[in-house]
Write a protein that binds this ligand. Structure first.
Ligand code: BES
Ligand code: MN
Ligand code: ZN
Length: 486
């Protein structure tokens, strides 16, 4: 799908398969002289009671008089002022209607919302167009036929073009993340995850390094190795680098949980919905998606991606409840529950991050079921002791329509992680499970500014629409562009 900006001229002269016009409630006039014919259709539709302009409602007219388009699609924005969230909903409604149509060439007109449409349309349209194909031979779902989308604007200004480019890059990152995260465990092994990173590095001339079991042993990543020891698939530790900043600029680091299947290990999970634990590498997939977007946009910053990748399986050599292992940090960990494996692989990656003297470290993980209970599928859980970093991530999430919600940390929560046999236990009680998990990670992050995103509730959907969402790629890219001053 190609996105571009085209000059707004008299609509009678337009040649289009579908003109999409965003309309305020109650179906009010655009005030554009060029769009008088559209205003006339809107007035008729409102008069006849077929359209109100309420947020997310649509009205479709074939061969509208005075408009050079085969179809005119009115999309309601609700009452002014229109929030970013409302623009997101209106664009999603437009995309949903277009999905059933034969239109290949589409034009968008938003009288006072050009900037918002540029910022959000590529992502909304890409989301509607997305299809998982990797392991399907026949596809029953109707195809997306839109090939070109032109935003009609008074002027193709530089900020408008930049917003469009940003959104297209984010959409590409989200799509890559969804493609990877959707792959089943027998396809997306730790080795395959590393290959995705190598392919990405090749595509965009990035640096990549992949460590195997022997190197992890030499380094002393005892926590990651403990999780990996019950699986026939060898672990991988992936290091990706994008150097867009100055040589001496401290890099930002993203750490993604890459458990390619989480059976729970010896602390085996119940059978119901266990298939969804193929999504337990969504954090890793989101790091790769971020690199896809950043590599396309080439902002001035240095970025490092770290992905500890392993299965969590229960074979005869598997780590057992009560086992004590030594992490890369030197801290010993009593593994009381082998299903709390995410924090084990992340703690070694977080210690590894110290060597880069980073400007910030953000880990992204489908870490706890408790986070789903706390926040549902709306916000990702955000944990950080650094107020400025937390604020920046909250702002980026709101702006990118990929929100997170700040959760607490603190010694009172960390209390439950005490062990009689090691420096720390890998679980506390049932209470505040997402917080105690974050407290465990925090012990390994003393050397830099750190934030943790628990995406257990936001990385994928269950039910009829089961599949990866690509979150929180947009949030992270927005944050990184912010720190790069782009
Ligand atoms: N990958 C899971 C977290 C998860 C569960 C994500 C359900 C999405 C949906 C993680 O490894 C896990 O198993 N966490 C345990 C921790 C517990 C043993 C302290 C959990 O949440 O039950
Ligand atoms: Mn688990
Ligand atoms: Zn897990």
């Amino acid at each position: 799908m190609k996105f571009s900006i085209a000059p707004l001229k008299a609509l009678a002269a337009l040649r289009s398969d579908a003109l999409v016009v965003f309309v305020h409630q109650p179906g009010s006039a655009s005030g554009l002289v060029e769009a008088a014919a559209v205003d006339a259709v809107a007035a008729e539709a409102v008069h006849d009671g077929d359209f109100s302009g309420a947020l997310g409602t649509t009205y479709l007219r074939q061969r509208p008089a005075g408009v050079g388009a085969r179809r005119l699609l009115l999309v309601g924005l609700g009452a002014a002022p229109v929030s970013a969230a409302a623009w997101g909903k209106a664009l999603a409604a437009a995309a949903a209607t277009l999905k059933g149509l034969g239109a290949a060439q589409v034009h968008l007109l938003a009288a006072d919302g050009e900037a918002s449409v540029a910022e959000l349309a590529p992502r909304a349209f890409a989301a509607a167009a997305y299809r998982y194909t990797a392991t399907r031979t026949a596809d029953a779902t109707p195809g997306w036929r839109v090939q070109s989308v032109q935003l009609l604007a008074r002027r193709a200004s530089a900020p408008l073009k930049a917003a469009l480019a940003r959104a297209e890059a984010m959409a590409a990152g989200v799509a890559l993340t969804r493609d990877i995260a959707n792959l089943p465990g027998n396809h997306c092994t730790p080795t395959r995850l590393a290959k995705f990173a190598q392919e990405l590095a090749k595509r965009h001339a990035l640096k990549v390094e992949v460590l195997g079991r022997a190197e992890l042993q030499r380094l002393g990543m005892g926590a990651l190795l403990a999780v990996a020891q019950g699986s026939a698939q060898p672990p991988r530790f992936i290091v990706l680098r994008y150097d867009g900043g100055g040589r001496r600029d401290a890099p930002h680091v993203l750490v993604g949980k890459g458990v390619t299947f989480d059976s729970g290990g010896i602390s085996l999970k119940p059978g119901a919905e266990m298939d969804e634990m193929k999504f337990d590498m969504s954090g890793a997939a989101s790091v790769l998606g971020c690199f896809e977007a950043i590599a396309r946009l080439r902002p001035k910053l240095n970025l490092i991606g770290l992905i500890p990748a392993t299965e969590n399986m229960p074979d005869g050599g598997a780590v057992k409840p009560g086992d004590v292992v030594t992490s890369l940090s030197g801290q010993t960990i009593e593994i009381l529950n082998t299903d709390a494996e995410g924090r084990l692989i992340l703690c070694d990656a977080l210690t590894y991050a110290e060597r880069f003297k980073p400007a910030s470290v953000i880990d992204i993980a489908t870490l706890t079921g408790a986070c789903v209970i706390a926040l549902g599928h709306v916000h990702s859980g955000l944990f950080s002791a650094d107020d400025a970093l937390a604020e920046a991530l909250l702002r980026a999430g709101a702006q990118a329509q990929d929100s997170c919600w700040r959760m607490p940390l603190g010694d009172d929560y960390a209390e439950g992680l005490k062990s009689n046999f090691a420096d720390v236990a890998n679980i506390a009680g049932r209470a505040a499970g997402s917080v105690t998990a974050a407290c465990f990670l925090q012990r390994f992050t003393k050397a830099y500014r750190w934030a943790h995103l628990d995406i257990a509730g936001t990385a994928w959907k269950s039910g009829a629409d089961k599949g990866a969402t690509g979150r929180p790629v947009a949030l992270l890219v927005q944050y990184l562009l912010g720190v790069a001053g782009a």
